[in-house]
Design a protein around this ligand. Structure first.
Ligand code: ADP
Length: 297
């Protein structure tokens, strides 16, 4: 059954994985990406909830898009970690592709930042620690995510941050290999991508620096209306003394947003940094953080 092109299917649609005999009821539209629409889904029989991404046959038949999606599935299916959106399976029915994912019912960090604008220091450290733990896991598996941004950090029902959307990820075969193609998001783009010198794991660290800056200050470090973003990034022109930043955090951000990729710390280095290792970080955040700062500000 082809899923309706409308934003909300008028009535729930049932899709089946013929290989296992499992069926899913697709209901509310959770979001729309470049290639897929994602629906809240219930597995018939177990009543478990999932997020099912639906990629239409027209997208799949495009050679380049089809290739990106196959690569996304190949990489995502290798990953099992608490800070990575869990991939359950993918199947096709009537030429559409269905990707069954762990449901992140509290949306994305992008939605949270839209609601809150700025996070407290404790919340920021909590998010950062989880994001870096996920990035370390990916890098240990020789995977560059390639598109880390607020939209791709999802929040589970228990407010655990999870990295998702592996559409631009790459498995590096040799440690010294450098990537040359990049189609990620401009505001999070590392200088070595812009200068076309080849890039690798350090682009994810740069993107984490941008996410961190945004969480604590409410603004992306290289966001601009008046100037060329690429020029700002190339000259590492961001304000480390933004009023929302404290000294300790600006020093930490300056370590991350280093324009020389080889001098940028690894995810492991950052997790060990006293900024994270020597401070109070709660084991969980309350769901009320979605709309208001917790008391421990
Ligand atoms: P695309 O591969 O087309 O870029 P995305 O991965 O960005 O698609 O997903 C599209 C939207 O679906 C997201 O912006 C988000 O709103 C929603 N979404 C994706 N994965 C999940 C998930 N695991 N849980 C909840 N919502 C999700």
């Amino acid at each position: 059954m082809e899923v309706s092109n409308e934003l909300h299917p008028r009535q729930p649609v049932v899709v089946s994985d013929k290989e296992t005999g499992t069926s899913y009821i697709l209901s509310e539209l959770l979001g729309k990406g470049a290639f897929a629409k994602c629906y809240l889904s219930k597995e018939i029989g177990t009543e478990r909830l999932f997020a099912v991404k639906v990629v239409s046959s027209s997208i799949l038949s495009d050679k380049q898009h089809g290739c990106f999606i196959r690569e996304e599935i190949a990489i995502h299916s290798l990953l099992h970690h608490k800070n990575i959106v869990n991939f359950k399976k993918a199947f096709t029915e009537n030429l559409s592709l269905y990707i069954v994912l762990e449901l992140c019912s509290n949306g994305s960090l992008k939605q949270l930042m839209k609601q809150r604008n700025q996070l407290s220091l404790v919340e920021t450290k909590y998010m950062l620690k989880h994001i870096l733990t996920g990035v370390k896991y990916l890098h240990d598996k020789d995977i560059v995510h390639g598109d880390l941004k607020l939209e791709n950090i999802f929040l589970s029902s228990r407010m655990i941050p999870k990295i998702g959307d592996f559409g631009l990820s790459t498995l590096i075969s040799y440690e010294e290999d450098l990537l040359t193609d990049y189609c990620g998001t401009m505001n999070y783009m590392a200088p070595e991508i812009i200068s076309h010198g080849g890039h690798s794991f350090a682009v994810d660290i740069w993107a984490v620096g941008c996410i961190l800056y945004k969480m604590i200050s409410g603004k992306l470090p290289f966001e601009t209306h008046s100037q060329n973003v690429k020029e700002k990034i190339l000259s590492c022109d961001f304000d480390p003394h933004h009023p929302g930043l404290r000294k300790k955090i600006s020093n930490f951000i300056m370590k991350i947003l280093n324009k020389h990729p080889r001098k940028r710390p690894s995810a492991e280095d950052l997790l060990q940094d006293e900024f994270l290792s020597n401070s109070f970080i709660p084991s969980l955040l309350p769901v009320s953080c979605l709309w208001e700062a917790p008391m421990h500000r």
